[in-house]
Structure formats: C-alpha cells, structure tokens
Design a protein around this ligand. Sequence first.
Ligand code: NIG
Ligand code: FE
Length: 411
Amino acid sequence: MSSLLIRNIHLLIHAERNPRTLVKGAEMADLPCLSNAYVLAENGRIKAFGPMADCPERADETIDATGKLVLPAWCDSHTHIVFAATREEEFVDRIRGLSYEEIAERGGGILNSARKLQKATEEELFEGAWQRLQEVIAMGTGAIEVKSGYGLTLDSELKMLRVVRRLKEQSPIPVKATFLGAHAIPMEYKANREAYMSLIIQEMLPQVAAEGLADYCDVFCDKGFFTPEETDRILEAGWKYGLKPKIHANELGLTGGVQAGIARNAISVDHLEYTSEVEIEALLQSNTLPALLPGCAFFLGIPFAPARQMIDAGLPVVLATDFNPGSCPSGNMPFVISLACAKMKMLPEEAINAATLNGARAMELEADYGTIAVGKVANLIITRPMMSLAGLPYAFGSKVVERVIVRGRIV
Ligand code: NIG
Ligand code: FE
C-alpha cells in the first residue's frame, strides 16, 4: 500500500461527489470546486477528498499545496506524436507566404513526413515518441490518444501502430491508438485514388485489426484529401473490425466532413475550424463530440473554431493539442487552454471541462479519468500559487503546472 496526501489546497478543481460522464452547453461552465481542501490517493487511485477540517492525519507521503490549485490531469484526445522529423523548413515557407495546402500539393506536408518515417526504424520512432510523451506528461497530460498516418504503406502504418503499442505497454498514462491510413493520398496513387482506397480497406484495415493494433479509425476528410464518400467507405470498413470512428473534418473548408463522421456515429469529429449552423445543428442531433484544436489554428493562421457558438447552442466541446510536426508542433495543453479562452472566448471553467472530462469521454476513458472523484485514477496537476482558476489560462506561456502526479506518484 502506498498513499499520497495533498494538503492545504487553495482550490481543488473538478472534485465530484456524483461523477458526470460529459458536460455540454451551459453545464460546461459548472466546475465543482472546494477551497482549503485535501485529496488522498491510495494505490494509484483517489481514496478521499474534502475540506481541510476532515483531512487525514498521515500518509506515506505528504505535499503542502498552500496557495495552489489541484486539478485532474489533462486528457489529450488527439495527437500524432509518432513522427520521424520536424518540418521546420515548411514553417519558414509558410512565413514567406505559402499556405498549408500549397505545401501539401507540392508533395510536402504529410507526404514529407511519410517519406521520412518510411526510412526510420521502429526503435528510432519509439525513442522520439517516448520523449514527446515524457514532455507532455511533465506539462500535465494524464491520458492521450496517438494516431498513425505518416506511414501510408502497409508496412509503415503497421510500424507506426507497433510503436503506439509499445507506448501503451510502457507508458504510465493510458494511450489510445488510432489508425489513420487515410491521412493523405501518396504521390504514386494520385492518378488512381481507388487503388489507395483498396489498399486501406482490403489490406491495411484487416492487418491492423488482426494484430489488435488500433482502438479507432480516422480519416482526413477535407479539401484536397479524402472526400465524404471515401470517408464513409473507410469508416464503414473500420466498423466491421470494431474500430469506432474519430475523424479529422472541416480544417480547410466546409467540406461535409462533420456530416460524414456523424453518419457513421463517430465518437468525435476534430478540428472544425470551418463550421456553419448546419454542422452545429447536425452535431446537436447526434452523440458525436466536436473536438477543437486551437493550437493548429494558431500555428497555421487559420480561423479558430466557433467554440462560443457551439457551447451556446448546447454542444459538449472537447479541447486537444493535435501535437504533430506540420500543423501544431506542440503538446502543451496549458497553452491550448489559454488559446481557447483568449481566442475562442471559452470561460476558464469551460476550457478546463473540455480539456479534462470531455477529453476523457472522447477516448472512452471517462469512468477512470477526467475528474477528481473517489475511485478514479489519481492523475493530478498541482499548479504554482495563483489566486483563482483564471490564473491558469491568464499566464499563457508560463510554467503554470508545477507538479504532476501519475497513478498517485509524483513524476
Ligand atoms: O490534424 N489535418 C491533418 N492532420 C494533421 C496535420 C498533419 C500534418 O501536417 O502533418 C492535423 O492538422
Ligand atoms: Fe490531427
């Protein structure tokens, strides 16, 4: 038995007596908080929490959190942390005026990452991804989803997913794996898209399923990538192997991606920088979650998704990083939360809900992660001293996360 007691917590954030599984619309501004509180973890799970008046006398290890906030760790439901190399040269090309789509049309972008990944060994890829995982855990991430999609051949997609499997086996935080063979059409298939479609459907998906390498199936359904019809066929094939959809949609235009995901009961449709009332209405009629990635809008200089309208309409918004070498080379969840507040007009409470509980739900992990509730896994963040919750998004770019607890242990 090992126990960890955090005492004198200025504000214990998202402490729930009656655990919720998802928050939507006006509820997103509700964040149960206790002031002058304690939380006790035992054997990796939350054993108790409450006011300091009820604080237990002792534990194996004790931390004093005077003036500080304690929160559930972030649940980052959308990343691409397995990659072979950065794309700094494309960043400079974009500063000089090229767009993300122009770079992609020239064979840069995802295809550039794929060429590099195809040459890398599984060991090299694991090393890089492992380092990124450690980096995001240090910033407070306590659960993560990781996609393939820089392989684009049978062997390389399997290689990526085997790296994700090793992350799952060795990571102290839960890792969910998503198959994204439909991330881009390789150059050699540009004139024959059908051949790549059948490679995905007839060869990649069966093999991925046979080895049990993925939890979810993703498609980049957007202008210049996969059409809604192609997306539908891939998602239908994925479902045959039990892979639920979680897709990329509406990053580059109003392309029908949101509707394509909803039609196949996607857990989430992600990006949504281009969203009209039609998409919002369709989401309201579904169980599909809108997952927003403001780090990508920031880095590419594209519009931010209309989070305010979505929440006002009653939707359950999710926030994630999209950590990848092209459109968001950062896995910094505190910065994502600052962007959500400053650029998308989300309240701090809404942003925290979106980055914890709703993020957990977007990975089907809400029973064990995403809030501070008795019995849930003790993955926690201790901030530096601050007056209120707003101090977290307010101090953008600063090191607001002082300590991270994973399974009841200090990282
Ligand atoms: O989520 N949009 C598609 N995929 C990634 C970017 C991939 C890349 O540029 O390498 C994204 O933005
Ligand atoms: Fe992405």
